[in-house]
Design a protein around this ligand. Structure first.
Ligand SMILES: Cc1cc2nc3c(=O)[nH]c(=O)nc-3n(C[C@H](O)[C@H](O)[C@H](O)COP(=O)(O)OP(=O)(O)OC[C@H]3O[C@@H](n4cnc5c(N)ncnc54)[C@H](O)[C@@H]3O)c2cc1C
Ligand code: FES
Ligand code: FES
Length: 479
């Protein structure tokens, strides 16, 4: 059984199909049809709803895509939909602003946009334009041209009165606390089953017992198997309730990222040491996907165009795998074997990723090349970590996504660089060496020629940027 609040109504669900998305639950089980299905694949945002999660004595509000979220993820949380915003006959400020600024025409996208605005209003007291754009980047509108929607985003802040969610937050927190359970919860429907363990030990035991189970984290990848490919997932284990695996902790010498940590949490842990990693995660899908997608899922799906793996490889990250009571750690680059093949054994799972903190001489840059700025998957991703001392390259760790069947290091290129003078002649040779490292394929994202040229140019760009930084440093020192 799972228990959650549907706004303020306590729901105790015993036999929901674990393959059911929150979108289908809302529309088909509880007749809340305000939440729309546009694409059913996380691209349009029409299905955006908000999850309220306990965060100590307050609630953290997260916009998510209902079309990619399986119902098991609702356990212990508050689900807020567009139907819940109007209160005592008055539209919520996020709705009223959309009316006042003419932010809606055909209206199909509007419930999703209102929910993204609602989450923005709950989380940010005075957003700037970039933050508003970030909140709305996962919501497509075919009609308005967006200007009126952006106007609405700012106009809703003119109403400073607390909404009903703030006024009763303390009471909702108490209700959510009562829903938190130390026990494994389960949903069963016919052949379909989902377990929600609360600890890494329970997860390890469940996987030994059910080696055939599929791990479900954010579901932003896995749910597509159901919604797009009409597969049935018989046994799922949901890792999102395992608190110890959802941490992102910064230590003196390392950053530890739990496999179930949402990407948005990893962003804040990594961006201080590695601003480019932060920027990269900023361009990862949409806010909705970053709120639910996890690092473990990004590595576990073993995609050759996943954003985090090349960047983590360039930072010499280690991955920690667990099977029963046994743990093993290895450099992340060794984890990927072939297209969608990894070293993960039966009953084994990714527990965490450990990223060393930056030594001063290292220069880390990550470049994502995709057709759109927001909500798009990379054609090529280059992550470069090159140390230069006294104009000589002392170390180089370079990895690319989109250039091979796996995220892969550019070892020939690195060999040319290490020990060489940091100048254009070396860069020219290193660019040539990339031809020995990669033989990319052509697909709908990019041709092989484009990918190869892009990889070479990213190396050139890194070199040019390093010169600019150097000039800036000298100017600053001189002043
Ligand atoms: C619209 C859209 C845009 C996207 N944009 C991007 C993008 O810009 N960049 C990008 O890299 N990806 C993108 N993705 C892909 C996806 O969102 C990411 O890969 C995400 O990190 C997956 O995480 P998740 O928690 O949702 O994984 P899930 O879907 O829950 O799981 C993915 C796979 O990993 C396995 N898994 C999960 N956790 C573990 C674990 N602890 N141990 C072992 N295996 C595990 C699952 O069993 C499953 O096979 C996008 C997806 C969509 C739908
Ligand atoms: S329906 Fe398009 S993102 Fe969910
Ligand atoms: S108002 Fe028509 S899609 Fe946005």
């Amino acid at each position: 059984m799972i228990k959650f609040l549907l706004n303020q109504e306590l729901r105790e669900e015993h036999s929901l199909d674990p393959n059911m998305t929150v979108l289908n639950y809302l529309r088909e089980q509880v007749a809340k049809t305000g939440t729309k299905e546009g694409c059913a694949s996380g691209d349009c945002g029409a299905c955006t709803v908000v999850l309220g999660e306990l965060d100590g004595d307050s609630i953290r509000y997260k916009s998510i895509n209902a079309c990619l979220t399986f119902v098991s993820a609702l356990d212990g949380k508050q689900l807020i939909t567009v139907e819940d915003l109007k209160h005592q006959g008055k539209l919520h400020k996020s709705q009223q602003a959309m009316v006042d600024k003419h932010g809606s025409q055909c209206g199909f996208c509007t419930p999703g946009i209102v929910m993204s605005l609602f989450a923005l209003g709950k989380n940010n007291a005075s957003p700037d334009k970039d933050e508003v754009l970030e909140a709305l980047a996962g919501n497509l509108c075919r009609c308005t041209g967006y200007r009126p929607i952006l106007d609405a985003a700012f106009a809703m802040y003119e109403d400073t009165a607390d909404d009903q969610f703030t006024l009763r937050e303390a009471a909702t927190v108490e209700r959510l606390k009562k829903l938190q359970s130390e026990q494994i919860s389960e949903l069963q429907h016919g052949n379909h089953q989902c377990h929600n363990p609360r600890t890494s030990d329970e997860l390890a035991a469940l996987l030994l017992q059910h080696p055939d189970a599929r791990l479900l984290a954010g579901g932003t990848d896995l749910a597509l198997e159901v919604t797009q490919f009409h597969r049935e997932l018989d046994r799922l284990i949901y890792v999102g309730d395992i608190k110890e695996m959802a941490q992102a902790e910064v230590f003196e010498d390392r950053i530890e990222l739990g496999a179930a940590a949402p990407l948005s949490k990893c962003y804040s842990a990594l961006s201080k040491d590695y601003p480019d990693f932060g920027n990269l995660l900023h361009r990862f899908a949409s806010l909705q996907i970053r709120n639910q997608g996890t690092l473990g899922g990004n590595i576990g799906n073993a995609s050759p165009i996943g954003d985090a793996p090349p960047a983590l490889i360039a930072l010499n990250a280690q991955i920690v795998l667990r099977k029963g009571d046994q743990r093993r750690a290895m450099p992340l680059e060794q984890f990927f074997v072939d297209y969608k093949v990894t070293l993960l054994e039966e009953s084994e799972f990714i527990e965490k990723v450990v990223v060393p903190r930056a030594p001063a001489a290292d220069q880390f840059r990550a470049y994502k090349i995709s057709k759109r700025l927001d909500d798009d998957i990379s054609a090529v991703l280059g992550a470069l970590n090159i140390s230069v001392e006294n104009d000589v390259v002392t170390d180089a760790c370079i990895a690319f996504g989109g250039m091979a069947a796996i995220p892969k290091r550019a070892s020939h290129c690195e060999k040319v660089l290490i020990g060489s003078a940091w100048n254009q002649a070396t860069i020219n040779k290193a660019m040539e060496a990339l031809e020995q490292d990669f033989a990319p394929i052509s697909d709908f994202r990019a041709s092989r020629e484009y990918r190869m040229l892009t990889a070479r140019n990213l190396l050139q760009r890194y070199f040019i940027e390093s010169q600019i930084v150097e000039v800036e440093t000298r100017v600053t020192a001189y002043v």
